[in-house]
Each structure stands twice: as structure tokens, then as C-alpha cells.
Design a protein around this ligand. Sequence first.
Ligand SMILES: C[S@@+](CC[C@H](N)C(=O)[O-])C[C@H]1O[C@@H](n2cnc3c(N)ncnc32)[C@H](O)[C@@H]1O
Length: 211
Amino acid sequence: MHWLRRLLGAKPAPPPLAEIKQAFEDAAGDEEHFPSTIDPRIYHVQLLVRTFGPLDGLRVLDAGCGKGRFARVLRDRHPAGQYHTLDLSEAMLRRVPEGMHRCCGTLTGLPYRGGTFDAVYATESLEHAVDIDAAVAELCRVLKKGGKLVIIDKNRAHWGKLKTPPWERWFRRGELEQLLARHCARVSSKPVSYWEDVPPDGLFLAWIAER
Ligand SMILES: C[S@@+](CC[C@H](N)C(=O)[O-])C[C@H]1O[C@@H](n2cnc3c(N)ncnc32)[C@H](O)[C@@H]1O
């Protein structure tokens, strides 16, 4: 039916989850594009650190964690936190630092009870989730009341700036704000750059929500 969809000008259907998963299994060996570490001075990290505050004794979820580079930095700062990492790709998860909880699963059906986490974040992973409404609902569902969620992803206005797989989606600020507001009390968003002293070029946006 691909030809009919194209004829009608419809967007091609996204590939099945298994195909997306396989793409990331294959990509896990690519350390340049999917690094296992991140410079803690990068503002994306700083934003998590400042939004969540001290994480010792708290339960944290890195949703779509890849190799857990953000969780690695957060744990270095707050070693007494409980770090849970979830990703679609087992090959990515194998590279998550030892001592963290690892779970293979999808953002659209998180295998945790409602209200499990004090802090949840998804960095450049929601853009791959295909069913964005479901993934946002899940990220909010697993947050405790008063818990905080940070999503960092790319700006729809810059679509085309980078090469993207066919299922990837970038977001408008208002679009994700509205979705988050269905489930969370306080929602905001802003452009973020890698370095705090460099003005954002608009490619990356951060959404912050409190349940
Ligand atoms: C660009 S990487 C970002 C990884 C990590 N958050 C980081 O910033 O280093 C995207 C990750 O999302 C994962 N992913 C894609 N679709 C997913 C889904 N539906 N559920 C969970 N993880 C998913 C991929 O396997 C991949 O590891």
C-alpha cells in the first residue's frame, strides 16, 4: 500500500518497532555518534543537574538512555541515587555503567508502576518513539507527584539540518508543552545550547515539567 499512500500524499507509515530497534542495535558500536560519556560542563547535563537538585536517595529514570552517558554523570555527582536506565536496544544497554538498573523496553509502554520516580529525563530519545502522545503520557505516569521531567530534543523549525532516519520526529515548543500539560502541573520550555556562554542556535529545545 506504500504506492497508494504516496499517491495520496500521505506520509509513509513508520517502520515497525523491531526495525527501529535493529537500527539502534547496529548503531551501538558507533561511539562517535552514540557516545558513552558526556562532558559534565555541557549545558544539557547542567540543566538536568539544576532542575533535579540533589538526587541522593531518590529514584531516577533515564528513558531511552542509550549507553547511559547522562546517568553516568548524575551518579558521579550523586552516588546515593537509584539510577534506572531503559532503552529499546540491548546492545546500547550493555554499555550502561555497572551498578545501574537496566531495562530493555519502550518509551510507549514503560514497565514501571505509576509514581515510581522522583526524576525522569529523555535526551534525544522521544524523537524516536513514533507514538509521541503515548510516550509523553508514560513519562509523566511514572513520575511521583511533585517529581520532575526533562525532555531534550530537537526543534521542528530546524528540520532538515541533520540526516534523520524515516521514523524520527522533531517538535515545536508548543506541541510538546500541550502534550505535557495533559499530565503535569507545571510545564515550560526553552532553547538550549551545548555551552552556557554560547547563545542557543535553536536546534535543541528543553521541556521541563512537574507532576
Ligand atoms: C540518539 S540516542 C540517545 C541516547 C541517550 N539518551 C543519549 O543522549 O546519549 C536514542 C536512543 O533512544 C533509544 N530508543 C529509540 N526508540 C526507543 C523507544 N521506543 N523506547 C526506548 N528507547 C528508544 C535508542 O535505542 C537509542 O539508544
